[in-house]
Design a protein around this ligand. Structure first.
Ligand SMILES: [Zn+2]
Length: 441
């Protein structure tokens, strides 16, 4: 008989940060768990042990090599809860707000994804870009073309990244070559969902772009798709821009609010992710709390398009907390780096009179994002049993950061300097299911 394969063991040593609690409901410093000199042992893609280097070393089989990152911080990989991979080529498009920006830049760019070779090329660049920024899971919009989804999942499967993605549903108010019909959208989504949902680490999201580009019939059929499987995701946009909100009111006069349009179609439920949710009211937030759906806070995008300020602390009010994750929203967002999202999230919070503690910020980008997606039993924290998706952060990646790091007197301060000054250069390496998939040159 052949010998059983040796388990794949990996050991990483460095400053480990993770979360044992929610820093929005307890003292942020107490919620943050920090090992000054930590060791993480990974077996077959999962975390087997994590603790101080001195205590944990005894669990390591003799002659296992330890990869040491002496001045780096080891964190769970970042979670991006709202992003459009096809919009990568049109990042930094000048001058418009949401509805004009869609017409002028987004739709022409998305038309190119009818070509599977183009879709494969951009999917490859996009996923490499995410990993370069330490992001290991994302909820990703493709285009209306099924081949755009095929290209994305094929590349994600090759990398073994845990990704959520889906075909955009759009049967009105869009150029003819980007429109499906309610029935075709349903059929194509069902075929993709059947093929990809739960295959390895890939998961499907039913993806109506937003209420104005779907008929009532299409939204109803999106709800019917979701009713087939409670584990499937739903992603869309909600109340990003005031003109958009007014448009939705005119298209769906019978509904109480924009969110109610989705609720009426059965789209508001656990594993539903609403991008933006800037212009929502208290009853909407209560609906989100009760339903278990999530909001994706996309600060670089909201600032770029002048959409408004998401009220993060209102959404997370401990009396009726809503699940909130952080999104880059490329191509309206201006960086794939969640460190850059946190930089802008801090400023947006300041503008609403609130202070985003670095522990709260890193929680949003990791454990909070995982919780928003109902994936916190698999990813988002560093603990035995969790899938080993990790990023290695270098707080001294640039001369300025090295200078700033000299005055850091606590792990919170070090994390704050990372989120305010960091970007892809701060990512020393990224691990996916225990395998190194990116290393900084
Ligand atoms: Zn978006």
């Amino acid at each position: 008989m052949p010998a059983p394969p040796t388990p794949d063991i990996l050991a990483l040593r460095g400053r480990v940060v993770t979360f044992r609690d929610n820093p929005f409901t307890t003292d942020p410093v107490a919620a943050l768990h920090h090992e000054e000199d930590g060791l993480i042992i990974i077996r077959d893609g999962r975390i087997a042990q994590m603790g101080t280097y001195a205590d944990t070393l005894r669990h390591l089989p003799a002659d296992t090599q330890v990869t040491h990152y002496p001045d780096c911080v080891i964190s769970a990989g970042f979670v991006d809860t709202h992003v459009h991979y096809p919009q990568l080529p049109m990042i930094a498009a000048y001058g418009e707000q949401l509805l004009e920006w869609l017409e002028r830049y987004t739709f022409p760019t998305e038309s190119r994804f009818r070509d599977p070779a183009y879709a494969r090329d951009i999917a490859r660049r996009f996923l490499a870009g995410l990993l370069r920024c330490g992001t290991t899971t994302a909820a990703v919009f493709c285009t209306v073309h099924p081949q755009s989804v095929e290209a994305f999942f094929s590349e994600s499967e090759r990398l073994n990244t845990l990704m959520i993605a889906g075909k955009v549903l759009m049967d009105r108010n869009a150029p003819p070559d980007l429109r499906d019909t309610a029935q075709r959208g349903y059929d194509e989504s069902l075929a993709l969902m059947t093929r990809w949902h739960g295959r390895g680490r890939q998961m499907y999201a039913v993806t109506p772009r937003f209420a104005p580009t779907s008929s009532e019939e299409q939204l109803k059929l999106a709800g019917a798709l979701l009713a087939r499987d409670q584990t499937v995701f739903m992603q869309t946009h909600l109340a990003e821009n005031l003109d958009e909100v007014a448009w939705v009111r005119s298209l769906f006069p019978a509904r109480r609010s924009y969110l109610d349009v989705y609720a009426h179609a059965g789209l508001v439920r656990p594993r539903a992710i609403m991008g933006h949710a800037i212009h929502v009211d208290e009853p909407d937030l209560m609906t989100c709390h009760d339903s278990g759906c999530a909001l994706a806070h996309c600060p670089t995008s909201n600032l770029f398009l002048g959409s408004g300020s998401f009220r993060l602390f209102d959404a997370l009010d401990p009396r009726r907390p809503v699940r909130v994750g952080l999104g880059t929203d490329i191509g309206a967002g201006t960086s794939l780096s969640q460190l850059q999202s946190l930089n802008e999230a801090y400023k947006v919070a300041q503008g609403t009179g609130r202070r985003l503690h670095p522990a709260q910020a890193f929680w949003l980008a990791t454990a909070g994002g995982a919780r928003a997606l109902h994936l916190d039993h698999r990813i988002g924290t560093i603990a035995p049993g969790m899938e080993a998706d990790l990023c290695i952060l270098d707080p001294e990646a640039t001369p300025l950061q090295a200078l700033r790091a000299q005055s850091c007197d606590s792990i919170s301060d070090l994390l704050f300097s990372l989120m305010m000054l960091g970007d892809d250069r701060s990512i020393r390496a990224t691990y996916v299911a225990g395998r190194r998939v990116h290393e900084r040159a």
